[in-house]
Design a protein around this ligand. Structure first.
Ligand SMILES: [Zn+2]
Length: 361
């Protein structure tokens, strides 16, 4: 049963050595990073005292967690609602074949792997779906949030929370050969809603439907992790103030200034936090004995187009009014306005995850 694979309670904290005085073994471990002028001994000490959350531990989240754990960020909260599958191993660098065979929650597998290469930091696995109800508890006490998610629904939620609480966060995305990232520094730069006032509508390209190059993932994560290091060590003047994107296959690069927040931004100017209030996300309910309904009504979907894409991943049947898609133990029924019924689970996190992967959210 899938539900059993995403346990509700958080797992115990792993690897407890929080003495941030630089012991000889730590001096040795971080010596090449301390030698780098931008970090130095003071910067390293700051990193060891830092608390960072990574929301989503798929491909970009894995790369971010690995880089920051190796760099000595003292506490990493790893939040993820999924479990490891064989198709993840091409790009999700914290997981191995055993994790996939055991269908371990990604948060748990990630924390275990981190403990195996850096037992001097805290990696706290939180196998949860980030929602308006639990975001305060899950992200409480961190000084920076990193985006390892695969969907805009969660990113807008993070943006609301970060702007409301004046917390910096770093947007990171990768799909196909495309990589993008942007720093959001509330009170200073534009926020996500300044740049993208409206959530993308219709069917969105996802790693499941458009594929993904592992190099695009690592590229985006490397830039975002470097920005995180600047922020955590106090090198704010070096932070990038643009949304930057590359298509690594087509050699195309674009950069948009994020220097100035938009004067009429609903989130950072008007401080109207609709995603945090829960009104910005589709309502989700249990329906029937073993299914979940996602009450999306604002994502017009071309059933013809999506059936071509989903055919690569499972069985599809459709008429003009409805599409049915079978994937493993799940059956997704999709309507033209974006509404979906997912059979085979009573876990809303599993349903949201499937929707984000195959339809986009
Ligand atoms: Zn804004």
């Amino acid at each position: 049963m899938m539900e059993a694979l995403v346990p509700r309670p958080s797992f115990p904290i792993i690897c407890l050595d929080r003495d941030t005085e630089m012991k000889p073994e730590l001096e040795e471990r971080y010596s090449r990073q301390v030698l780098f002028g931008g970090i130095g001994a003071d910067g390293q000490k700051r990193l060891l005292e830092s608390r960072v959350a990574i929301v989503g531990c798929g491909a970009t989240g894995s790369a971010l967690a690995s880089l920051l754990a190796r760099a000595g960020v003292g506490t990493l909260k790893i939040i993820d609602r999924d479990y490891v599958e064989p198709s993840n191993l091409q790009r999700q660098t914290l997981f191995d074949e055993t994790d996939a065979a055991e269908s371990l929650p990604k948060a748990v597998a990630a924390a275990r792997k981190i403990a195996s290469f850096n037992s001097h930091i805290i990696a706290e696995p939180l196998a949860h779906d980030l929602t308006p109800e639990n975001i305060g508890e899950l992200l409480g006490g961190v000084q920076l949030i990193l985006d390892g998610t695969d969907n805009f629904e969660t990113r807008y939620l993070i943006n609301d929370y970060a702007v409301k609480n004046s917390l910096p966060w770093i947007y990171t995305a990768a799909v196909g050969s495309y990589a993008a990232t942007m720093n959001v520094l509330p009170g200073d730069t534009a926020c996500l809603a300044c740049i993208f006032p409206e959530s993308p509508t219709g069917t969105i390209e996802t790693c499941e439907t458009a594929g993904i190059l592992n190099s695009a993932v690592n590229f985006a994560a490397s830039i975002a992790a470097t920005e995180a290091l600047k922020l955590l060590t106090g090198a704010r003047q070096n932070l990038r103030r643009t949304l930057i994107s590359w298509d690594l296959w087509k050699n195309e690069r674009a950069e948009v200034s994020t220097e100035k927040p938009r004067a009429d931004c609903q989130t950072c100017a008007k401080r109207d936090f609709i995603h945090l209030a829960g009104t910005g996300r589709p309502h989700i309910t249990l329906c029937g004995r073993n299914s979940v309904q996602i009450h999306e009504h604002h994502r017009p979907i071309n059933l013809g187009d999506i059936s071509e894409r989903l055919r690569l991943h499972g069985s599809v049947r459709r008429n003009d009014f409805v599409l049915k898609f079978w994937k493993g133990p799940f059956e997704m029924t999709l309507f033209p306005d974006g509404r979906a019924i997912i059979k085979g689970t009573t876990d809303t996190a599993v349903a949201r995850s499937l929707y984000a992967k195959y339809v986009g959210s």
